[in-house]
Every structure is written in structure tokens, then in C-alpha cells.
Design a protein around this ligand. Structure first.
Ligand code: TA6
Length: 299
């Protein structure tokens, strides 16, 4: 470990470590990682991208998927976990040179607070400024994984942004999974550009799937039958939901994603995008919250 990295890790531990719950160390890539181990869960996050990469509640296997081929370096988003898409989603609306999904997921965020919540969960607060936005991201490692993105407009004029918590969930086999909670919601198929009628049935993955559902705040459940567990997602301030699996061809075209990894994951993203982009008046704030928990299917 380089001296400067060692000094950075030591300073973070002196200021923000939480006894028997959180310590900082260096990842092989030279990035700083927070390692969480509490009575109710284990977890991990990087200051790079304020990126949660692991969350495992006691009694369960890992919730999140991270590619074995993920690249950990400045300027590159980690493939998996929960990337933060902000202040736009997908390609930049006007600048083709701008990074897909915005700057937040490749930014080095500042750690500002670590503490236990009144309920005993470990709270980690990170801060960044993406002018004109001031952003506070709070990660709560408890019996649930709760993520909050609070965006404030610091400019003298109204501004609009998009945001998505692009959560990658680990699955036994995506082909044996059903996603409920969006049955009655029309969606934009990002692969065809067509708006499709509600499916009136749980989502099942049989091909590359890339859909934006709007105006939904219902609880979303991923039934992972082979893992005998459900992933339950509750949202606040996130009226959009993106559902994605790259399937075979896109996996083969994605350099930091294994050719066969598409079977082990899907993304259900809590978001405010497109028609549900958020406009903030001067000084106004918006909070996007996503809560994730695991439930055993057969008690
Ligand atoms: O959320 C779905 C999506 O927009 C897909 O179109 C796909 O591009 C995915 O995000 C991953 O994007 P990334 O820039 O991380 O490769």
C-alpha cells in the first residue's frame, strides 16, 4: 500500500471507523473501501462513486451482484452493486461525449458522517457537489439496505435532473425469476423505443430486457425461486423503475461483464427519469429513497 494511500486509510479510520462495525482499508485497485460487519449484516462500499458493492443480512447470502470482471479504476464505474446514475440517466441528452449515466458513479465522494441510527443500523453519509447540485447520499446498513439520495439546487434558477439507484441483484438463475409489482404499469421498451401496454403479469426474463416503467411507487418483489428468497424493494421519491438484464449478446459485448454472468443477475432501479425527471426551484431539495430487504420464501 502506498504511503499516501496508507495515510488516507489511517485518517479515515481515525475519523470515521465505528468500533466492531466499520473500518476502512485499501482495495487491490488502490481505491478506499469501507468494510461493514454489524450484528445484523455485512456490507462494503467504495468512496469511488459512493458505490455499495456488498450487502448481506444475517441468515442470507449476498444481495448484490458484482461482475467478476468489474474494473476498479478512476473514471470507470464498478460493474455491479448499486451505481448512482446522476444528474442524468443513460446517454447525455445533448453531449455525446458526456459519460453515460452522469458523473456521480465515477466521482470520488467525500465521507462526512458515520453513526448508528436510533434503530442500531450503521449509517454512512457521503457528499458531493455536481454544480449546481449539492448531493448527500446516505447508506444505511441494517436489517434492510436503505439508500437515500438527497439533491439540493444551489443555483439562482430552477434546474432539472434525473437520478437512478442502478441496483444489481444477485440471482440463482434469472430465467427462473418473476418480478411483481409492475403488472399494471405501461413501460418504454428501451430496445425498440416503443411504449408497451401493461403486461398484467409478473415480469419474466426470456431475452434482453431494458424497460422504463413510470408513475409507480408500489412495492416491487423479485421472486428468486431457486434461492428460496424474495428481494423486496420499496421506493420513496422514485416514481420510475428500470428493469434490465443484458442477456447473451449484450453480455458478450460488455467488456467488464462475464459472458455467462447474465444468468446471475437483474437490475431493478429506483429512479426519477424521463417524464419523471425532477425540477427543483432555487434552494429546493428532493430525496430519492430505496429500501431493499430479503425474505425467505418458505419459512
Ligand atoms: O439501466 C439500464 C441501462 O440503461 C441499459 O441500457 C444498460 O446500458 C445499463 O443501463 C448499463 O449501463 P452502463 O453504462 O453501466 O453499461
Amino acid at each position: 500500500m502506498s504511503t499516501s494511500l496508507q495515510e488516507r486509510v489511517e485518517l479515515l479510520n481515525s475519523r470515521f471507523a465505528v468500533a466492531q462495525q466499520l473500518r476502512f482499508t485499501s482495495h487491490d485497485s488502490g481505491q478506499v473501501v469501507g468494510v461493514v460487519s454489524t450484528p445484523v449484516c455485512d456490507g462494503e462500499f467504495f468512496l469511488h462513486g459512493a458505490h455499495v458493492t456488498r450487502y448481506r443480512p444475517r441468515g442470507f447470502e449476498e444481495l448484490l451482484f458484482v461482475s467478476d470482471e468489474a474494473i476498479f479504476r478512476d473514471g470507470k464505474a464498478i460493474r455491479g452493486g448499486v451505481p448512482i446514475c446522476f444528474p442524468w440517466f443513460g446517454p447525455h441528452p445533448t453531449d455525446p461525449a458526456a459519460p453515460a449515466h452522469g458523473h456521480a458513479r465515477t466521482h470520488e465522494w467525500e465521507l462526512t458522517r458515520t453513526a448508528n441510527s436510533p434503530a442500531g443500523a450503521l449509517q454512512v453519509e457521503l457528499h458531493a457537489v455536481f454544480d449546481p447540485f449539492d448531493v448527500v447520499y446516505t447508506i444505511e446498513f441494517g436489517s434492510e439496505l436503505t439508500l437515500s439520495l438527497k439533491v439540493t439546487n444551489q443555483s439562482p434558477t430552477p434546474v432539472t435532473f434525473e437520478a437512478a439507484l442502478h441496483s444489481y441483484f444477485r440471482l440463482k438463475d434469472v430465467r427462473e425469476v418473476a418480478v411483481s409489482g409492475l403488472e399494471s404499469v405501461a413501460f418504454l421498451d428501451q430496445l425498440t423505443g416503443a411504449t408497451e401496454a401493461p403486461s398484467n403479469a409478473p415480469i419474466r426474463f426470456t431475452e434482453e430486457t431494458d424497460r422504463i416503467y413510470q408513475d409507480n411507487l408500489d412495492v416491487i418483489t423479485i421472486s428468486d425461486r431457486l434461492a428460496n428468497r424474495n428481494v423486496v424493494i420499496e421506493k420513496r421519491g422514485a416514481p420510475s423503475t428500470i428493469v434490465w438484464n443484458p442477456w447473451i449478446a449484450k453480455s458478450q459485448r460488455t467488456g467488464d461483464f462475464g459472458d455467462e454472468e447474465w444468468t446471475q443477475m437483474c437490475c431493478i432501479e429506483s429512479a426519477s427519469v424521463g417524464a419523471n425527471a425532477i425540477e427543483l426551484a432555487t434552494g429546493e431539495s428532493h430525496e430519492l429513497v430505496a429500501k431493499h430487504r430479503l425474505v425467505t420464501q418458505t419459512p
